[in-house]
Design a protein around this ligand. Structure first.
Ligand SMILES: *[C@@H]1O[C@H](CO)[C@@H](O)[C@H](O)[C@H]1NC(C)=O
Ligand SMILES: *[C@@H]1O[C@H](CO)[C@@H](O)[C@H](O)[C@H]1NC(C)=O
Length: 288
């Protein structure tokens, strides 16, 4: 027990010592270093404590050697796009942001640069997934097909832009939530593919659908993508027409009838006039 205490004290002393030595550099360290990732486009961002400094980003996969990111060497921006370096996706990555004076007479070997480590990040498990676009197509009175477009990533391989399906493969499912218009009850379907059939709908009723990517193999907090906008289909029976639609239809019909009556009247009058004119002419010329 006593030796345990000694070790603890030693630990406390050591960390206090390292805090004091690091203090000089502390003000120059990049702050609030964090990952922002959407559809596997992954950017490391930070706050810059002072101007006139540049930043160099290093990364490491599964705690192996640090590699300098070629795109983010002595940059003055406060972000670094690491998308193309965090491959394979399903690994744990760490990053380190180093601050360097813009005037380049720093000796890398003898002086440790002020720097800040990021948290660990696994793109495959933690990248956010954006809201999807989808269409709902009628099959028959009680069935529809929900046709979902897999969001695209910013990764290109062999001249092709990968979708999230290319990355997540069979781990990607979609959750489709739908409800009958005017009812509060909601039903859910989990679909393995980007095309899902929804059955047992009541004929002639309107339904609304929303969809989100669903990745059950991920940790709870990142299992769902953003929810889509809702898409509604309307039953095709005549009772569904609202009062407004009826008034509109009757109004258009009346207008059309009035226009026809006016046109016909005008046309007929012209005709009659013309005919009586011709009659007069023939009559007057007849005796010659
Ligand atoms: C994912 O989205 C949530 C909610 O908007 C956000 O808090 C989180 O930081 C995002 N994660 C990444 C890695 O971008
Ligand atoms: C699904 O939608 C896409 C585009 O939105 C279309 O090209 C494709 O033919 C649709 N599939 C079916 C089975 O309707």
């Amino acid at each position: 027990m006593a030796s345990m205490k000694t070790v603890l004290y030693l630990g406390v002393c050591l960390s206090a010592w390292s805090v004091t030595t690091a203090d000089n550099n502390y003000a120059l360290r990049a702050q609030n270093v964090h990952w922002v990732s959407l559809d596997f486009k992954t950017i490391l961002t930070w706050n810059t404590p002072a101007s006139n400094y540049t930043y160099t980003v290093l990364y490491s996969m599964d705690d192996s050697d640090w590699i300098e990111c070629p795109d983010c060497s002595q940059v003055s921006e406060s972000e670094c796009d690491l998308t193309n370096y965090l491959i394979p996706f399903n690994r744990s990555y760490n990053a380190d942001v180093q601050t360097e004076p813009a005037t380049m007479n720093y000796n890398h070997d003898t002086e440790e640069l002020p720097h800040t480590y990021s948290s660990k990040f696994n793109p495959y498990r933690e990248s956010n997934i954006s809201a999807v676009k989808f269409i709902v197509e009628d099959v028959d009175k009680s069935r529809v097909i929900v046709n979902i477009t897999d969001p695209l990533t910013s990764i290109h391989q062999q001249g092709r832009q990968l979708s999230i399906r290319d990355v997540l493969k069979n781990d990607l499912k979609y959750k489709i939530s739908y409800y009958k218009s005017g009812s509060t009850g909601k039903r859910d379907i989990i679909s393995d593919s980007s095309m899902a059939e929804v059955t047992e709908l009541d004929a002639g009723q309107s339904y609304c659908f929303i969809v989100a990517a669903y990745i059950p193999s991920r940790p709870k907090s990142t299992q769902y993508g953003a929810w889509s906008e809702q898409c509604c289909i309307h039953g095709h029976t005549t009772q569904e027409l609202s009062l407004g639609a009826w008034v509109g239809a009757v109004f258009i019909l009346l207008t059309v009838i009035i226009i026809i009556i006016i046109t016909v009247t005008v046309f007929c009058c012209r005709c009659c006039q013309q005919r009586s004119n011709t009659m007069h002419t023939t009559q007057s010329s007849a005796p010659v």
